[in-house]
Design a protein around this ligand. Structure first.
Ligand code: NAX
Length: 327
């Protein structure tokens, strides 16, 4: 029998946590033959709610679920963790400056990074979902010098999936007909969903749509989808965010299909002019359990400007957290 994989979820009592935990426990995160142990990290005020969710997990009698731990101590939560989903974060509240937001999140992701450094399993894989996700991942990574940088990632898979869906609807094709979609840069309104490499039935997507739609409809619709969901639902994306987290980790562990790639924010090695060390979204494939940035793509002027703008924002965030002593 396989030994259970320990999956730590922070912010477990939140709305993404509620959409995520049941799918992890049912085997969708790692595979239908991989037993899991869940560790739920929450702040003290939310422990009771996490216990309620754990009761419901019990009541599902998932055959793969081999235990649930609930704690407010990162050192306990990450002890022996193989996968860490960092969902809990400090949201931006009214009147809050970016500096305050980054500082509050530094207070969460710094200590969590240190706990991962000291206690996680050697094969730890970290996905940061909590916003600002890229920079929170940068903070956690800086606090974990003994963990290889490639183990720290941030989520742009939801943006990727949104881009697939918008394009599929526009062209009236199934999502499965689209390959090689890319989200570049930051998980923010500056992100750049790239149709110049995406393929639909072997044709370049950008050639199948008019430029005005690409520029004035597609890009802003994908980039501002989060706000549109809040407007419609009265709450931010939860099930779709959980779904994207599942997709990200599943592909990381099990590999991406031949002839396709996906998007993930990974620590830059300098590819495509993205400064080394920034956690930025790239086209990636997963091979042997590691993300690799797809190399050799030609970047046209239109794309270059947009990638650069998003990367500039990431640099500003990095400089701000550096000035605050968070990295
Ligand atoms: P909720 O407010 O419903 O839940 C967050 C949970 O985190 C709460 O239960 C809170 O008690 C907990 N928490 C706060 N600080 C913590 C700490 N130090 N340790 C452990 N737990 C802590 O938010 P939810 O809707 O679940 O969203 C979670 C995060 O995901 C937010 O930062 C949100 O902005 C971000 N998102 C990121 C997305 C992405 O694509 N990368 C998309 C969806 C989502 O907006």
């Amino acid at each position: 029998a396989k030994t259970p994989v320990k999956v730590t979820v922070t912010g477990a009592a939140g709305q993404i946590g509620y959409a995520l935990l049941f799918r992890i426990a049912s085997g969708q995160l790692l595979g239908s033959d991989v037993p899991v142990k869940l560790s739920l990290l929450e702040i003290p005020q939310a422990i009771k709610a996490a216990e309620g969710t754990a009761m419901e997990l019990d009541d599902c009698a998932f055959p793969l679920l081999r235990g649930i731990e609930i704690t407010d101590d990162p050192n306990v939560a990450f002890d022996g963790a193989n996968v860490a989903l960092l969902v809990g974060a400090r949201p931006r509240t009214k009147g809050m400056e970016r500096r305050d937001l980054l500082e509050a999140n530094g207070g969460i992701f710094g200590p969590q990074g240190r706990a991962i450094n000291e206690h996680a399993a050697d094969d730890i894989r970290v996905l940061v979902v909590g916003n600002p996700a890229n920079t929170n991942a940068l903070i956690a990574r800086s606090a974990a010098p003994d963990v290889p940088a490639e183990r720290f990632t941030a989520m742009t898979r939801l943006d990727h999936n949104r881009a697939l869906s918008q394009l599929a609807q526009k062209l009236d094709v199934p999502v499965s007909d689209i390959k090689k979609m890319t989200i570049w840069g930051n998980h923010s309104a500056t992100q750049y969903p790239d149709l110049y490499h995406a393929e639909v039935g072997g044709k370049i997507a950008a050639e199948l749509v008019d430029e005005a739609w690409l520029r004035d409809t597609f890009i802003p619709t994908v980039a501002k989808r989060g706000a549109a969901i809040i407007e419609a639902r009265g709450a931010s994306s939860a099930a779709s965010a959980a779904n994207a987290a599942i997709d990200h980790v599943y592909d990381w562990v099990n590999g991406t299909p031949e002839g396709d790639w996906t998007s993930a924010a990974v620590v830059s090695d300098g590819s495509y002019g993205v400064p080394e060390g920034l956690v930025s979204s790239f086209p990636v494939v997963s091979r042997n359990g590691r993300w690799e940035i797809v190399q050799g793509l030609e970047i046209n002027e239109f794309s270059r400007e947009r990638i650069d703008a998003s990367v500039r924002e990431l640099e500003e965030e990095r400089d701000a957290v550096r000035a605050l002593g968070l990295i």
